[in-house]
Design a protein around this ligand. Sequence first.
Ligand code: CP3
Length: 357
Amino acid sequence: MILDAKPDGASQGKLLQGKLLRVLDGEAVWPPPLWMMRQAGRYLPEYRALRAKAPDFLRFCYTPDMAVEATLQPIRRFGFDAAIIFSDILVVPDALGRTVHFVTGEGPRLEPIESIGAIDNLPLTPDWSCLTPTVEALGQARRMLDAETALLGFCGAPWTVATYMIAGRGTPDQAPARLFAYREPEAFARLIDRIVAVSADYLVAQFQAGADAVQIFDSWAGVLPPVDFERWCLEPIARLIGLVRAKLPDARIIGFPRGARLAGLNAAARRWTPAALSLDTTADLAAVRAALGASPALQGNLDPLALLAGGAAQEEATARLLDAGRTSRFIFNLGHGILPPTPIGHVERLVAQVRSA
Ligand code: CP3
C-alpha cells in the first residue's frame, strides 16, 4: 500500500517488517509474499499512459518523479508485497559512456564493443548523472510506501551487462560476448571488473537511499558452459556481493542466475550466501529446495506464458507452485518478466489465489 506522506520510511523498526523481508531474513511465511518481475510495465494501461509522456525510455528512467510513479502503479493496483524501482540494468553501460537508447518494439541499442581499446578507454569513474536519478527515486518511493511493502533495488549482473555492451543489443544467445570472451579473455575480464566496481558502488547507494533488498539479474547466465559459468557468473557476482557487504554487512541480496542448472544454483547458494535465489521457469522448485536445504529463500517461478494463457493452465500451475513452496521460505514470483499482452484479470486472479493459499 501507499502512504500520502511519511517522514522516514527507511528507519521503520522490525515490528512493522512486511512479509517479504521476513522471508528474506529467515522466516517461512504463509501465504507467501508475492511480487512479479517487470510488474511495472506495458501490460498496465496506466503505465502506457505515463510512458507516452516521456520522450524516450531512458528519459523516463532518469526522471525520478516518473520512475516513482511507475514503481507505485502496480502496488496501488495489486497490493504486491514488494515494489521494484523503475529503471533498467543498462543505466550502468550508459554511466560508463557506452551510450544507450531503446528502439520501440525492438529493445536496447548501444555502440558495440569491437576492440580491446574500447574496454581500456572506459572512463575511470562512471557518470553518476546516469545513476543518481534511480537512487533519488528509491528514496522518494521508500517514503511513499508503507512499511509492510518492501522496496527493491537492482542491477544487472556483470556478465549480462557485458553481453549487451559487447553486442550492442540483445541477441538470441549473446554469441558476440561469448566469442569475445574466448578470443580476448584478459580484456573481457577487465570489462567485467569495471562493471563489478561500478555496480557495487551503485548497489551501496541504492541501499543507502532506502532499498530494503536488491536483486542481481543475470538474465544470460544460462548460455554459459560450466567453466565459463564459474568464471563469468559465479565469481564476479561473488566479488560484487563481497564489495557491497564490506560496506553493508547485512545487505539483503536476491540472486537471479537465469538458466542456471541445479549444480549452478547450488554453487550460487554457497558462494553468494544470498538472502534468496530467484528461479527461472524451467527450475523444479521442490527439487531445488531438496538439494539446497533450508537456505536461501527461493523465489519464483510461474511461467509468464501460463499467466498470459490464464484459466485452468494458470490456476493449476499456481497451485502446484504453492504446494511446492508451502513448507519452506518461499516468495511467489514469475520465472521471468510479465509479458506485455497479459490481461490484468489474470494477474488479479493470481493475486487472489496466492493470498488465499
Ligand atoms: O518492473 C520492473 O521489473 C522494474 C523495471 C525493470 C525494467 N528492466 C524496465 C523495462 C527491470 C528490473 C529491468 C531489468 C532488465 N532490463 C533486464 C533483466 C531482467 C530480464 O528481463 O531478463 C534486462 C535484460 C534488461 C534490458 C532491457 N530493457 C531489454 C532487453 C529491454 C527490451 C525488451 C522489452 O521488454 O521491451 C528493456 C526495456 C524495458 N525495461 C522496458 C521496461 C518496462 C520496456 C520498454 C518500454 O516500456 O518502452
